[in-house]
Design a protein. Structure first.
Length: 142
């Protein structure tokens, strides 16, 4: 699978990420960028990447970027996720996330995410997370 230079397999996984992946990462903390090569399994009957898949990618990018922007990493729970779809992606497209953290509070955290295909923004997402406490060291690697 063709992955842009600098991207490496995501440092953490879960059962759902195993289903949708592989996911790739570049950078860390607030500069974390996630990438995914669109496959047929990500698409709807029209042959474009399903909106639910894009929502999942945005949620993961937002949560991981915010969680791993603090030390120790914050345990976050998605309280609200809102998306606007401005374009589409096809099989073979490289999807890339860019997150803009608005505020990291002691109880709530806020951020925006943009998903790109090339130079085109196809999704704008906004999220609010409940801060549930730090992630323990063992959980960081699972």
């Amino acid at each position: 699978m063709n992955v842009p230079p600098g991207f490496k397999p995501l440092f953490r996984t879960s059962p759902v990420l195993d289903l949708i992946g592989p996911l790739y990462a570049l950078g860390e903390g607030e500069n974390l960028v996630l990438g995914l090569r669109a496959e047929a399994k990500h698409c709807n009957a029209r042959g474009t990447v399903h909106g639910g898949m894009l929502a999942t990618l945005a949620d993961v990018a937002l949560g991981y970027t915010m969680a791993f922007s603090s030390e120790p990493p914050a345990g976050l729970v998605t309280a609200n996720l809102s998306l606007d779809f401005a374009g589409t992606a096809q099989v073979g497209d490289w999807l890339e996330t860019h997150v803009d953290i608005q505020k990291q509070g002691s109880r709530l955290s806020f951020a925006n995410c943009y998903i790109f295909v090339g130079e085109q923004r196809i999704v704008r997402a906004s999220a609010v997370f409940l801060v549930a406490g730090p992630i323990d060291a063992k959980a960081r690697l699972e």
